[in-house]
Design a protein around this ligand. Structure first.
Ligand code: G4P
Length: 195
């Protein structure tokens, strides 16, 4: 997605060979116009998949998930990382380990909002090692829901998540794939090249 790649080039800050900061439009401040275009793009790519729910993980997945749900005309659900006062034990839960942040979170979704009637599109802001996507897939599985696929705003192609998911036959649609952050330089995956 050209507009997204341009935004990453213009505003992304390479923090190391493995981490890029995109706080100005995705992870802290949100660019709603770009987010709407991102939602339209995911909705277009998964138009024929029969999606009934978009499922993400708080917090940075919420904006693109909401916009995708808006265009598809379906609800967006975010898994919570903390148990809320009003969430009880009527939950699907699993543990997600983040290698980037070196922490584990128990993530949960209320049983009220996912069922075996649903076809789920999993969305997230970043795909690194794939642990968040696998956790969300586990939750969809607990609900007996079908999986339409996984939509990712920025995939870090030099980490294993994309390979891990695609090897399982899961449809992964990433709007921007970064092949390298070496030497402070952002190198995008060439369209059409294998991932
Ligand atoms: P994984 O799910 O693919 O295994 O990824 P990982 O655990 O490594 O990443 C955990 C968190 O770090 C996620 O945010 C993810 O979005 C973020 N992240 C990973 N790589 C990068 C990067 O290069 N740049 C930025 N900006 N973020 C990265 P989170 O803990 O869910 O936080 P948030 O959603 O509340 O922002």
């Amino acid at each position: 997605m050209d507009k997204l790649e341009q935004k990453i080039r213009d505003e992304g800050r390479v923090l190391s060979d493995t981490v890029i900061k995109v706080d100005s439009f995705l992870n802290h401040q949100i660019d709603p116009v770009l987010m709407k275009q991102i939602g339209d793009e995911f909705a277009n790519r998964f138009a024929d998949a029969g999606v009934t729910k978009v499922l993400t993980l708080e917090s940075s997945g919420i904006a693109p998930a909401q916009m995708t749900g808006l265009t598809l005309g379906v609800p967006a659900i975010f898994a919570r990382k903390r148990k809320s006062l009003t969430l009880n034990d009527h939950l699907y839960s699993t543990t997600v380990h983040s290698f980037t942040k070196n922490q584990s979170n128990e993530i949960s979704v209320s049983k009220d909002y996912l069922s075996s009637d649903d076809t789920v599109l999993i969305l997230d802001d970043f795909l690194a090692n794939g642990q968040a996507a696998l956790g969300l897939m586990n939750i969809a599985q607990q609900a007996g829901a079908s999986l339409a696929g996984v939509g990712i705003v920025i995939e870090k192609g030099f980490q294993d998540g994309g390979k891990l998911l695609r090897e399982q036959g899961i449809r992964v649609e990433s709007l921007a794939i970064i092949d390298s952050l070496a030497d402070q330089k952002i190198t995008f995956h060439k369209e059409g090249a294998s991932v």
